[in-house]
Design a protein around this ligand. Structure first.
Ligand code: 4AZ
Length: 418
């Protein structure tokens, strides 16, 4: 993966995406997913009740039990009180330039200040305790809630010489596929992939050309930041099944239908647990055709150039632009190699590209405020070579194939909301 420097320090929460207007200023802002607002997407615009003592309540109820309007936490005279918008850990406590009820000090329920004559009083809010008939739903595994796919918890990049390192939080859907080598007595890196459901990883069919589709030798790691070091953010799974597209072929070197699914195994049946480092990516809707030149990003542990013998030891990301189908097919490659089930993307200066080892990994693009999986790293002539863009499997063409194999999954909850 070749370089594209980016600085993002938005501190977005709840899956907000950091947008940076780098060229003109150093302004950053969070693009919040539906249901969240505020500078850091910290305000939950939908929650009407609180749980436990409401210390985590981040909703927008702003009246006390007598139906009086709360004072804003940045009201000037509150500066003399213990809790106001200017306290050091205001963001963590939920305090800011708003008058929503909060419980920053562990009281019984959310409260707020009100003005009563010359006095400022602390009063309980008119807000109900949530009642669950069973355990509360977790948004990751509960199929009837809004999908949580395609929302990263932060988008941090650190520029280094010769490349752009991505934190795992900025690509939490990336999966790393390994295969056990008996000869070397260790797991060897094979390919990248994308987590599209807690139990399913989407990757490229050509990843299994050399080592086959016997699932027993493979391992999938989620939340991995460094290729040859382990840490406690990682989640590792064995593989239950590998489904390669039955019409995949590279006999003519064309890599058509370069797509495969891996079902990962877990004793509980829940597979991946959502965390800051592990999240699903949305699948695009079937008719999504993004405009030529749309900026997308590709990530992986691929080689930094085609001749390098080593894979990158750290996760990298590069911005690439979508290239028109006709330009790619007729000018950059030819009709026998590029078909409508593929999409091409490249850097304007041909400096960033996917490379060997990035295969199977995600090409993600923003659409409707979420990141969705538009392509799978498939092939290309060399890496970052002029007029030889990266070619990706066009995911929108395989949605029914994916759905037909992911039996038992509430497929709609895996797609981008319309
Ligand atoms: C590969 O060998 C490979 N520049 C993947 C992507 C590209 C080239 C090669 C695109 O896996």
């Amino acid at each position: 993966m070749s370089p594209v420097p980016l600085f993002h320090y938005c501190n977005c929460v709840n899956g907000g995406t950091c947008i940076s207007y780098q060229l003109f200023s150093r302004i950053n802002r969070c693009l919040c997913p539906k249901g969240y607002s505020g500078q850091h997407c910290e305000i939950d615009t939908e929650s009407q009740c609180y749980t436990e003592n409401g210390q985590d309540y981040r909703g927008t109820v702003s009246k006390n039990e007598k139906n009086e309007e709360c004072l804003s936490w940045d009201f000037p005279s509150l500066i003399r009180r213990d809790y106001h918008a200017g306290v050091r850990n205001a963001l963590q406590l939920g305090l800011g330039k708003h008058n929503y009820c909060r419980n920053p000090d562990g009281k019984a329920k959310p409260w707020c200040y009100i003005k009563s004559g010359y006095r400022t009083l602390k009063t309980d809010c008119d807000i109900q305790l949530a009642l669950y008939l069973s355990t509360p739903p977790t948004s990751f595994s509960f199929p009837f809630t809004e999908p949580t796919c395609g929302q990263r918890s932060s988008s941090k990049y650190f520029k280094i010489v010769g490349g752009s390192i991505a934190t795992i939080e900025s690509q939490p859907w990336i999966a790393t596929i390994f295969h056990y080598s008996r000869k070397m007595e260790q797991n060897k890196f094979v390919c990248g992939g994308s987590l599209i459901d807690p139990c399913w990883v989407l990757t490229a069919a050509h990843c299994f050309s050399q080592l086959g589709t016997d699932s027993s030798g493979y391992t999938v790691v989620l939340g991995k930041s460094k290729l040859d070091a382990n840490d406690d953010k990682e989640q590792t799974f064995q593989v239950e099944r590998i489904i390669k597209h039955h019409e995949y072929s590279d006999e003519r070197g064309d890599f058509t239908n370069d797509i495969a699914l891996m079902k990962i195994k877990s004793a509980s049946g829940h597979c991946a647990a959502e965390s800051e480092y592990v999240k699903t990516i949305c699948l695009p809707s079937e008719n999504l055709v993004l405009r030529d030149n749309s900026q997308c990003e590709v990530s992986g542990y691929g080689k930094e150039d085609n001749w390098n013998i080593y894979y990158s030891k750290i996760l990298k990301t590069a911005n690439v632009n979508l290239i028109s189908q006709s330009l790619c097919r007729d000018e950059y490659y030819d009709q026998t190699r590029v078909n409508d089930n593929m999409v091409c993307a490249g850097d304007v200066q041909w400096k960033s590209d996917a490379c060997k080892g990035d295969s199977g990994g995600p090409l993600v693009c923003e659409h409707n405020g979420r990141m969705s999986l538009y392509g799978i790293v498939s092939w290309g002539d060399d890496c970052a070579k002029e007029k030889r863009p990266g070619v990706y499997t066009r995911v929108t063409k395989y949605l029914s194939w994916i759905e037909s194999h992911m039996k038992g999954v509430n497929f709609k909850s895996r797609s981008l909301p319309k």
